[in-house]
Design a binder for this molecule. Structure first.
Ligand code: ZN
Length: 278
């Protein structure tokens, strides 16, 4: 320990903690190189958004270090591009991984209506991040699809959904509970019949080649007849017809709802476990 004291002093002065391996001063390295070691990401708390993503996607994400998220295949992705003052459009068109969690998703039935301007929790998606897991091309995303039986007792329709991250499993659980809900409250069936769709590799209308979340097979639109969508209203004015009993079931299985977006899309549900990490 005595031999390490000069380095400890150096570290204290720099308000840093000595690295966990050995005292770099012993090997004759300079204070600067010691600082590089001690400022490594292992010694610093990782950003909250990175920790949340690692918890939400344990099959793919391994760890965070030095502003990168590392995937289990050894590849890495930049976490924060350092642009904290992006315009609203740039947040959607050029987000980094960190920006995805810019808006907090309000859990439960108590949320502000109309939704506050620009509040779009979950609507910011860094495409590379999702392509990495769900497929970077239509063929790759399609290869991950499995069939979910939509309301087995009341509808019995097979619908494609991605098996990645347990999304299809989660949707099947939603579907089974919605089936039970309809058994108790038959008036709920109309919202769940003739669904708008699930997997569809396409860009979002009026955007510079932004992929729709339906491209990844983790989103479902329920019956469009009872839907309110900001692009269909001129001017947009928040309204919703989807009963909370339906939304509650989706949220319990880690689906976010487009009815909580300023740019509302009340038919839309999307499997996004990062917004449900406790
Ligand atoms: Zn949708």
């Amino acid at each position: 320990m005595n031999k390490c004291q000069p380095l400890f002093l150096c570290c204290l002065i720099g308000l840093l903690v000595c690295g966990n391996t050995s005292c770099q001063a012993q090997s004759g390295e300079t204070a600067n190189s010691a600082n590089r070691t001690t400022t490594s990401a292992q010694a610093k708390p990782i950003p909250n958004a990175a920790a949340i993503l690692i918890k939400a996607y344990p099959a793919y994400l391994d760890y965070y270090a030095d502003n990168y998220l590392y995937f289990k295949d050894g590849s890495k992705m930049l976490f924060d591009d350092g642009q904290a003052d992006k315009s609203f459009d740039d947040l959607f068109n050029q987000p980094d991984v960190e920006d995805q969690l810019r808006f907090a998703y309000p859990l439960g039935s108590e949320f502000a209506v109309p939704v506050a301007e620009k509040d779009n929790p979950g609507r910011i998606r860094q495409e590379a991040f999702f392509k990495k897991m769900y497929g970077s091309t239509e063929a790759e995303a399609r290869a991950q699809l499995t069939q979910v039986v939509w309301l087995p007792k009341n509808i019995g329709q097979n619908i494609p959904f991605s098996q990645v991250n347990g999304a299809a499993q989660a949707l099947q659980a939603v579907s089974n509970e919605l089936d039970d809900l309809v058994a108790q409250q038959p008036e709920m069936l109309k919202y769940l019949q003739n669904i708008g769709g699930t997997f569809n590799w396409r860009t979002i209308r009026n955007t510079p080649n932004r992929l729709s979340p339906h491209s990844f097979g983790f989103s479902i639109d329920i019956n469009t007849t009872y839907t309110n969508y900001w692009q269909w209203d001129n001017p947009p004015k928040y309204r919703n017809q989807i009963p909370w009993a339906i939304v509650e079931i989706f949220e319990r299985h880690k689906f976010i709802w487009g009815g909580k977006w300023y740019h509302y899309d009340t038919m839309h549900f999307e499997y996004r476990p990062e917004f449900f990490v406790e």
